[in-house]
Design a protein around this ligand. Structure first.
Ligand code: GDP
Ligand code: MG
Length: 441
């Protein structure tokens, strides 16, 4: 696994300053292999790694992680970003029915997905209808009917015994029927070929023009690996699609197809199919896919733990300082950043029990004010942060100018800081809080 291969790089001590080029290069080399082993297409690997190197070079070394761990963390974040950067829900039509058309090679899992998707939609309160537009294979219609029955979703199909049906006519009639019977979503199953061919593309494009779908979902088998790119390109150019569904993720594929298709077509992955049973279906989870592609679930857990532990250590150090009155503005900034990392303050407070009546005030909570506080502290020199007492009038003016705020705001911050520090000291003295009493730990 990637973790094993990275073990030598991982043995490095915690770094200082910036990540070294050697650290970045050796880690990226291993990650490149991991991506190729996951069947990510080579050009995609190249662009991706180049982007990672760029970002890693600018990154500060974290106190919590060693350089390799840190590069892996960056890679993971970037992967999640790319895989889910544009994660979105299904596009629903303003005037029903919403039309969802499925396209992809034969065997990709379209018909199975039609059942899974319509079953899922039904659970969400929709009234879906399936449409059998694969009239190529003799039993394709029956297969869809079986699937539809299992999820209790009606199937619109051509009358049996009418000779070879015209999928475009069936599609058109289906939309009329959906309007009449008030189905709010229509899922159109189409034919596929074993390989890409022009007739298939033309037929799919004709069906598309006839039903004007709100979504065309490109269904792709995660096991096809490198071929995912050419197939996706062919469907993009031949039919066009607005989203991707990955199937057969229950197999042993490492899922590189996900990254390739996403990168090459720019279209989001909406759903994942992971088994033959109709309930083996879920919305797509970028984070799970990222760790699957990199093959480093364990490593990521370790990184998370290291960071948590590091944060705890820091919090304890800060707590110990509180009571002795040694708290600095640097500590203050760190605490503020740590809290903000968890999301907007209003959300955090909203999660606390009894926050109900505070809702209105929270709605007005000014995140911008925190931005300004942050800017002010960042505008101070390390010496000023460590010993705010030295911040005299001319320093205040400089800080205000540097951080783009009024001098009064700097004054306000410094005053509040001293008040807070004094209060903490008194509290610690009165209650004799452990770890706050100075001297200890
Ligand atoms: P279509 O030709 O695109 O309509 O593909 P089908 O829906 O007929 O699926 C082809 C085969 O793949 C069938 O045997 C399905 O049972 C199987 N299949 C579809 N989706 C999945 C999946 O997510 N996991 C597994 N293991 N098999 C799947
Ligand atoms: Mg089919």
């Amino acid at each position: 696994t990637l973790s094993d291969r990275l073990s030598s790089v991982l043995a490095n001590l915690r770094g200082k300053g910036r990540l070294s080029d050697t650290d970045i290069d050796s880690t990226c080399r291993e990650i490149r292999i991991a991506l190729l082993e996951a069947d990510v297409a080579l050009p995609v690997v190249r662009t991706f790694i180049a982007g990672i190197k760029e970002r890693a070079k600018g990154a500060e070394v974290s106190g919590a992680l060693n350089p390799a761990q840190q590069v892996v963390k960056i890679v993971n974040e970037e992967l999640i970003g790319i895989l889910g950067g544009e994660t979105r829900r299904l596009n629903l039509a303003k005037t029903p029915p919403t039309v969802i058309m499925l396209a992809g090679l034969q065997g990709a899992g379209k018909t199975t997905l039609a059942g899974k998707l319509s079953g899922w939609l039904k659970k969400q309160g929709h009234t879906p209808m399936l449409v059998a537009c694969d009239l190529q294979r003799p039993n394709a219609v029956t297969q869809l009917q079986v699937v539809g029955e299992r999820v209790s979703v009606p199937v619109f199909a051509p009358e049996p015994g009418n000779g070879v049906g015209d999928p475009v006519a069936v599609a058109k009639a289906a939309i009329e029927e959906a309007k009449r019977a008030q189905h709010d979503v229509v899922v159109v199953d189409t034919a596929g070929r074993l390989g890409i061919d022009e007739e298939l593309m033309r037929q799919a494009a004709d069906i598309r023009d006839a039903v004007r779908p709100d979504e065309v979902l490109f269904v792709v088998d995660a096991m096809i690996g490198q071929d995912a790119v050419t197939t996706a390109e062919a469907f993009r150019d031949g039919v066009g699609f607005t989203g991707v569904v990955l199937t057969k993720l229950d197999g042993d594929a490492r899922g590189g197809a996900a990254l390739s298709v996403r990168e090459v077509t720019g279209q989001p992955i909406l759903f994942a199919s992971n088994g033959e049973k109709l309930e083996d279906f879920d919305v797509f989870h970028p984070d799970r896919m990222a760790s699957r592609i990199l093959g480093m679930g364990d490593l990521l857990t370790l990184i998370e733990q290291a960071e948590q532990h590091f944060d705890q250590e820091k919090a304890q150090q800060t707590a110990a300082k509180l009571g002795t009155g040694e708290l600095t503005l640097e500590d203050f900034l760190e605490q503020m950043l740590a809290v903000r990392k968890m999301g907007p303050i209003a959300n955090l407070i909203g999660m606390l029990p009894g926050a109900g009546q505070m809702k209105d005030q929270l709605a007005n909570f000014d995140e911008k004010r925190l931005d300004r506080l942050q800017a002010i502290i960042r505008g101070m020199t390390p010496a000023e942060r460590a010993d705010p007492k030295i911040i005299n009038g001319s320093r205040r003016l400089r800080i205000a100018n540097g951080s783009g705020v009024a001098v009064s705001e700097v004054n306000d911050l410094v005053t509040k800081f001293f008040d807070a520090r004094k209060m903490m000291k008194q509290m610690a003295g009165r209650f004799g809080l452990p770890g706050m009493g100075g001297g200890g730990s």
